[in-house]
Design a binder for this molecule. Sequence first.
Ligand SMILES: Nc1ncnc2c1ncn2[C@@H]1O[C@H](COP(=O)(O)OP(=O)(O)O)[C@@H](O)[C@H]1O
Ligand SMILES: [Mg+2]
Length: 363
Amino acid sequence: MTEEPATEPATEFDRFGAEATPLSAVAQTGDREVETALRPRKLADFVGQPRVREQLHLVLESARKRGVPPDHVLLSGPPGLGKTSLAMIIAAELDAAIRITSGPALERAGDLAAMLSNLAEGDVLFIDEIHRIARPAEEMLYLAMEDFRVDVVVGKGPGATSIPLEIAPFTLVGATTRSGALTGPLRDRFGFTGQMEFYSAAELEQVLRRSAAILGIEADGDGLSEVARRSRGTPRIANRLLRRVRDYAEVRADGRATLEVVRSALRVYDVDELGLDRLDRAVLGALVRSFGGGPVGVATLAVAVGEEAATVEEVCEPYLVRAGMLARTPRGRVATAAAWEHLGLRPPAEAGGVDAATPTLFD
Ligand SMILES: Nc1ncnc2c1ncn2[C@@H]1O[C@H](COP(=O)(O)OP(=O)(O)O)[C@@H](O)[C@H]1O
Ligand SMILES: [Mg+2]
């Protein structure tokens, strides 16, 4: 039932422009280089995701024992949880070369044919954002995944001929933030789907310890655990906040990320105790103060905070829902008791009902 928008929504970064929030889960300018340095290289260095890690280990190990390329792997989950990192780890664990492309880059079937015909036996082909692959390329991919062959159409009209082309046996790793947008036939051709989950604060702390060591950042344990708690269950955000804390520590303190330094730094960057930023708080504030806690439609709510409805819906709400602050009901958005309390207000009696069953993100 997911409605495919005519054009892909802009990324969070595009929407926020120069004001990109440090809490965006989407990679921003300046992230890429550091992220490469921070990427775990082996499955054993990959923190968290115990289920996906164990399942993947079995898939890879059994293929290695049988001496064949493993089944095609689909990695699904929100941005910043380690899909690209895992794709690279799969190749490293297999001692295989990895070729990287993305759905939007495969606009014509010919783009994909060129990619596929260059593969050597056992290579890993990584297609990021695979849900955005164009239809003709997708249909070519079916045959390649199943039979390691493609039909290249030469010419146009009645004179067109189709030439079969052998492809070396390879493993496709696809990554998607919207597995619901994948067509059934494509999804069915993956032998294994890893569903990535948000990280616990303890797991993020482990990610941060490793990152601090690699980047040479001196930090106290309780400083790191504070960063972890405010990182929305997302390693990319945790690593970014760590860098902002380092900046602050170097300029305003003696370089060490103590608990006190972390708290002051995150105040400067407008990241509150639960990892909410200014816009998140504005949305909750409007919901509670202007609409008595709701229910209110998302369009009205967006007008109240001076944002586009899509930004409120796609950027703010997923985290507010996950954190147990906001509920989406058929009649509109409703603030939970936790939202009132987070804003320092006393919830009305009826606000308690909604959040009782809502799991929160924090340990
Ligand atoms: N399980 C993990 N352990 C350690 N670092 C991680 C983990 N997952 C993600 N990261 C870090 O977060 C950053 C973003 O991860 P990435 O694989 O690019 O996410 P995605 O492709 O899902 O958006 C990486 O640079 C990496 O440093
Ligand atoms: Mg990625």
